[in-house]
Design a protein around this ligand. Structure first.
Ligand code: SF4
Ligand code: SF4
Length: 350
C-alpha cells in the first residue's frame, strides 16, 4: 500500500513507549476488550501499515475505523501521542488505496449534493443582523431549536446574521477523505461572511479551530457566559447531570463554562463518575455512528446508565451528536430525559 499521510506521524508513533496508560479510559477498549481496540493497539496497527510490515485487510480497516476520536488516550498519554490524528491519516491512506465503506461514501455524497449531512434541502432561519452565526448541520436540521437558540442570542444583545451555510467539512477529515476535504473547505470559506463568527455546534467549533487556523470563531457558550449576568434570568430549580462532550472538554478545555451557566440559571449539577477532561465518551464521534452504530450505542448506553444511577431527571449536554446518541438510548428506556443545555438557557430567558 502506498503511504502518503501516515509518513508525517512516524516520529510521533516512535514516541509511544507501550505504557498502556491509554487503556483505562478508551470507550472502545471497554466494550471490545482486545489490545487492538485500545489506542496502543491502534498505534501498533498504524505503525505496521506505515512500515509495510502489515498489509491492510478488512479486519485492519475495521479496527482503524473503530475509534470515537474521544481523545481520552491523548489526554492520558505520557508521550502525547495524538491517536485520533494518526488514525485520520491512516484512514486517508486506506481510502487512497481503495478501502472505502459504502456508508461513508453515501454520507459524503449527501454533503456534496446538498451541503449538509442529511442530504436534504435545509433552509436556514435567515437573520440579517451583524454577527455571523454558524448553526452546523445538526442544528440546521432542527429548525425549531435553531430558532430558539437564535432567540437566546438576541436576548443577550447579539444581532444574529444567519447565512446560507454548508457543513464545516469534519466528516471528510475524520473519515479519511483529505483531498475532498480541501475542496470542501474552499466552498465552506466562500459562504462565510466574515472570519469572526459564533458557532453553535461543539463538533464544528473544534474542527474549525483545528482545520481553519485563519478563522476566529467563538463558541456560543463563551458568549452566553459573558453576557448572561447582564440580563434577567429565571432560576429553573432543576437537578440534572451534565455530560462533557469530548470535543468541548478535552478538545477545547471548556469544562467550567457550561457549569457556570447552569449555576447562573439555578440548575444544580450532580456530577457523573467521570467528568471534565476525564469524562467518558458517548460513542458518537469519529464516524462511529456510520461505521459501527451498534458499538456507538453500547458506549452511549454505558454512559447513560451512569446518569440514571444518579437519580436525576435529566442529562444535559451541549453537543448535538452526544444528544442524539444518548437520546436514542434514553427514549428506549424511558428513565431519563436528554436535553441540550441551550434549551435550559432558553427556558430561563423566556
Ligand atoms: S499511553 Fe501513549 S505512550 Fe502509552 S501506550 Fe498509549 S499511546 Fe503509547
Ligand atoms: S480516541 Fe478514544 S476511542 Fe479512539 S483510541 Fe483514543 S481513547 Fe480509544
Amino acid at each position: 500500500m502506498d503511504i502518503q499521510y501516515l509518513k508525517a506521524w512516524e516520529a510521533e508513533l516512535n514516541t509511544c513507549i507501550r505504557c498502556a496508560y491509554c487503556f483505562e479510559g478508551c470507550p472502545v477498549f471497554k466494550q471490545l476488550g482486545w489490545e487492538v481496540d485500545s489506542a496502543r493497539g491502534k498505534a501498533v496497527l498504524t505503525y505496521g501499515l506505515l512500515t509495510g510490515e502489515l498489509e491492510p485487510s478488512d479486519y485492519v480497516v475495521r479496527k482503524i475505523y473503530e475509534c470515537s476520536f474521544c481523545k481520552d488516550c491523548t489526554e492520558r498519554c505520557s508521550a502525547n501521542v495524538a491517536i485520533p490524528d494518526i488514525l485520520a491519516a491512516a484512514r486517508a491512506d486506506l481510502v487512497s488505496a481503495g478501502f472505502v465503506y459504502d456508508e461513508h461514501r453515501e454520507l459524503l455524497d449527501k454533503i456534496k449534493q446538498t451541503g449538509n449531512i442529511f442530504g436534504k434541502e435545509l433552509t436556514p432561519p435567515i437573520r440579517e443582523g451583524e454577527t455571523p452565526i454558524l448553526l452546523g448541520c445538526r442544528f440546521l436540521e432542527r429548525s425549531e431549536d435553531a430558532q430558539r437558540y437564535l432567540e437566546i442570542l438576541e436576548k443577550i444583545g447579539i444581532k444574529p446574521k444567519v447565512f446560507d451555510e454548508i457543513c464545516c467539512g469534519m466528516p471528510f477529515g475524520v473519515l479519511g477523505y483529505k483531498d475532498e476535504l480541501i475542496h470542501h473547505q474552499q466552498e465552506f470559506r466562500k459562504r462565510l461572511p466574515a472570519d469572526e463568527f459564533i458557532c453553535l455546534c461543539t463538533t464544528c467549533i473544534f474542527f474549525i479551530k483545528k482545520s481553519y487556523p485563519e478563522l476566529n470563531p467563538k463558541y456560543v457558550i463563551e458568549v452566553i457566559r459573558e453576557r448572561l449576568p447582564n440580563v434577567n434570568v429565571k432560576k429553573l430549580g432543576l437537578k440534572v447531570t451534565y455530560h462533557d462532550p469530548c470535543n468541548l472538554a478535552r478538545g477545547l478545555g471548556m469544562v467550567k463554562e457550561p457549569r457556570d451557566i447552569l449555576r447562573m440559571i439555578g440548575v444544580e449539577v450532580v456530577e457523573l463518575p467521570t467528568k471534565g477532561k476525564e469524562a467518558e465518551c458517548c460513542g458518537g464521534g469519529g464516524g462511529l455512528l456510520v461505521t459501527n452504530l451498534e458499538l456507538a450505542e453500547k458506549i452511549a448506553e454505558r454512559r447513560l446508565n451512569e446518569a440514571i444511577a444518579l437519580g436525576v431527571d435529566m442529562l444535559v449536554t451541549l453537543c448535538p451528536t452526544c444528544e442524539l446518541n444518548l437520546g436514542n438510548i434514553a427514549k428506549r428506556g424511558d428513565k431519563i430525559e436528554v436535553k441540550n443545555l441551550l434549551d435550559l438557557v432558553w427556558q430561563a430567558l423566556k
